[in-house]
Design a protein around this ligand. Structure first.
Ligand code: ADP
Ligand code: MG
Length: 676
């Protein structure tokens, strides 16, 4: 029997001792067998003849990895770089690795990537995988994106705020570079290097994108989709993690070999299911196939993410636990069974009346289009099965597709970036218009941060804030440190806040042991200074201990080494930005927590609460009562005023990353004109 699975398992980087040559030719063979390869010539012709192309195709058909290589090989992009945008940074970095391998080169040369806080590019780079946010950032220094001759906007159906921002701006950029109304491939009178745009997606309202780009041409790649048998539960499941566990072992005991992909909303659920599957797998009879579990989520270190692509050992079933990152951005070979919990995390702006004022991640039901994508993952290489942990009625009543982020997320950063480009949010032609309340709220936030003046004009401070690769409020904190002479401490803390995970491990049933172990970092003012102390202690340990010593120290102190390593990398970037602005990041006032906290108040004006006579805390701007998170070192304390990094919504509204500050600090940053 010739198994199609075996073919797909020929894996780059896994080739045997016979060297690179064999690996590359195996990869070339694999490339030629992708569904998109059949239409290569036609595709190149269409892209060459049209300035905008909308390309639709099944996940795994080869769009993201092949289209940029086809464009490169055709010579069409000889005057500039080919950029391919991705909503997720892991997708950008892993795709660059894959395409570099297909080209037989190292990442960072011909093929590179650029994501926030990390880059692998050189003067020779011709294909660049970038996060959509990075390309938006590049607009600020190069408003016509003149270095690029082709921009491929990938995963457009996700409609992230940044992708929508790019789609809107690319339209005007193309008009400027190619000459207005020139939808066909003809060169306009301008002497600028013309721009081509390719919009790609697995599922997408193609008509809408086409209309937006003056009825641009839509092309379809036919995928190789096998039938997928779909099962729904008879009754709805209250505990989807438990239901996923039971379903997995039903498959494992009853069904023939084939890997399993389980979709879960987030990291916490993935970690908990990972543990339970391993626990039960150990009790399986010896003669059964063994189980290997691979988690996959955005903040997982790349080396661990790479495990999902490695071939499954003989007599083993691989079980991948993933967020919606595996829905379309990445294709995993070998999957025959999909378990869909029907949940995902969605970024949503919480309006000030509900205690918000910024974005938070909420677990919610997926949409019909997600459910179909998820099921499709089982039919890539042969007939497959999808087990939905929800009823058929629940599926029928799902929304068709998700609301674009521009309609549900905070617009503060985008508004600031547009202001830097001399544009107004109200005036830009977006595919979907943001709502008025969200625009007003963003304007108010930027004004409170002194990025805008009373006439809504960008201030010099606002322009400097936009230079930092972090949210405006964090940039404001860094810039405030100029006044207070403590840039070094402030940047360390902001780097920790910007990391993808918390430096402190929080295990609810071990809080006493944790508090004990952390005593030496503890600072009476709260979590910000405590975090700083922890980072500084870690750095001391890092200079004297080897890898295993550091690891052990982190374990004993219940801190995440990964967060520290990431924070130090982020710190380098923030220092570089300071340098570019002529700001000295070396200033330090090590023992002056007052100076440091004053900087935080400047950025966290909206993230603050005052103690009420009844012992609760009430937001200073907004109406909600907030509690201090049990993981905070201030959780038992009653202090007159607090500032916090974020609010988390569970049964209550909790403030996380909390420090106590004197009330008088607030009057210094909110002059009377700002009290409206
Ligand atoms: P699309 O963008 O149409 O979803 P891709 O271009 O991302 O498709 O992927 C095409 C094929 O390349 C996949 O089906 C898979 O076999 C292979 N592939 C892509 N990335 C990797 C990787 N990191 N490791 C192994 N194979 C990969
Ligand atoms: Mg793709």
């Amino acid at each position: 029997m010739t198994s199609p699975r075996k073919k797909a398992r020929i894996h780059w980087g896994e080739e045997g001792s016979s060297g690179k040559q064999k690996g590359v030719s195996a990869l070339q063979k694999q490339r030629e067998q992708l569904p998109i390869a059949k239409g290569k010539e036609a595709l190149i012709r269409e892209i060459s003849d049209n300035n905008v192309i909308i390309l639709l195709g099944e996940t795994g058909s080869g769009k993201t990895t092949q289209v940029p290589q086809y464009i490169l090989e055709s010579g069409m992009a000889d005057t500039g770089i080919i950029a391919v945008t991705q909503p997720r940074r892991v997708a950008a970095t892993s795709l660059a690795a894959r395409v570099a391998a297909e080209q037989g080169v190292a990442v960072g040369g011909l093929v590179g990537y650029s994501v926030r806080f990390d880059e692998a590019c050189s003067a020779n780079t011709r294909i660049k995988y970038v996060s959509d946010g990075m390309l938006v950032r590049e607009l600020l220094s190069d408003p016509l994106l003149s270095r690029y001759s082709v921009i491929v906007v990938d995963e457009a159906h996700e409609r992230t705020l940044r992708t929508d921002f790019l789609i809107a701006n690319l339209k005007t950029i193309q008009e400027k570079r190619n000459g207005a109304n020139d939808v066909k491939g003809k060169r306009a009178a301008s002497n600028l290097n013309p721009l081509k745009i390719v919009i790609m997606s697995a599922t997408l309202d193609a008509e809408k994108f086409s209309r937006f780009y003056n009825h641009a041409r839509v092309l379809y790649v036919k995928g190789r989709q096998h039938s997928v048998q779909i099962y729904h539960t008879a009754v709805s499941q209250t505990d989807y993690v438990d239901a996923a566990l039971r379903t997995f072992f039903q498959i494992h005991t009853d069904k023939p070999p084939g890997d399993v992909l389980i979709f879960l909303p987030g990291q916490e659920d993935i970690e908990s299911l990972d543990k339970s599957i391993k626990l039960y797998a150990r009790r399986l009879p010896e003669e059964r196939m063994s189980v290997v579990v691979c988690p996959m989520y955005a903040s997982l270190p790349p080396t661990q993410q790479a495990r999902i692509f490695s071939p499954t050992p003989p007599n083993t079933r691989k079980c991948i636990l993933s967020t919606n990152i595996a829905e379309t951005s990445i294709t995993i070979p070998g999957i025959r069974y999909v378990i869909d919990t029907g949940k995902c995390k969605e970024k949503r702006y919480l309006s000030k009346d509900t205690g918000g004022g910024f974005d938070t991640l909420l677990t919610r039901d997926i949409t019909k289009s997600s459910a179909m994508q998820r099921a499709g993952r089982a039919g890539r290489e042969g007939p497959g099965f999808c087990f939905r942990l929800y009823t058929e009625d629940a599926f029928t009543s799902m929304a068709l597709s998700a609301e674009p982020e521009i309609r549900r997320c905070s617009l503060t950063q985008s508004l600031l970036q547009l202001k830097c480009l001399g544009q107004d949010l109200e005036a830009v032609e977006f595919m979907d218009r943001p709502n008025v309340e969200a625009i007003y709220s963003a304007l108010k936030t930027l004004w409170l941060l002194s990025a805008l003046d009373n006439a809504k004009n960008l201030t010099p401070l606002g322009r400097q804030m936009a230079s930092f690769p972090v949210e405006p409020y964090l940039a404001r904190i860094i810039l405030a440190s100029r006044e207070h002479g403590c840039a070094s401490e402030v940047i360390d803390i902001v780097s920790l806040i910007s990391s993808s995970s918390n430096p402190f491990v929080d295990i609810s049933d071990q809080r006493d042991a944790i508090a004990d172990a952390r005593r030496k970092f503890r600072h009476p003012s709260g979590d910000h200074m405590t975090m700083l102390n922890a980072l500084r202690s870690y750095q001391d340990v890092a200079t004297t201990e080897n890898k295993s010593g550091r690891k052990e120290w982190c374990r004993q102190h219940f801190v995440n080494e990964r967060t520290f390593v990431e924070a130090l990398k982020i710190r380098d970037q923030l220092r570089l930005t300071c340098g570019r602005l002529g700001m000295d990041w070396r200033t330090t006032r090590a023992d002056n927590d007052e100076a440091i906290l004053r900087c935080f108040v400047a950025g966290l004006v909206q993230q603050s609460a005052f103690l009420q006579p009844d012992g609760s805390y009430k937001q200073t701007i907004g109406q909600a009562a907030v509690k201090i998170h049990p993981g905070s070192i201030l959780c038992e304390k009653k202090v007159p005023a607090i500032i916090y990094d974020e609010l988390v919504y569970t049964s209550q509204i909790y403030a996380r990353g909390v420090s106590s500050v004197p009330k008088s600090f607030f009057t210094a940053v909110t002059p009377s004109s700002k009290q409206s």
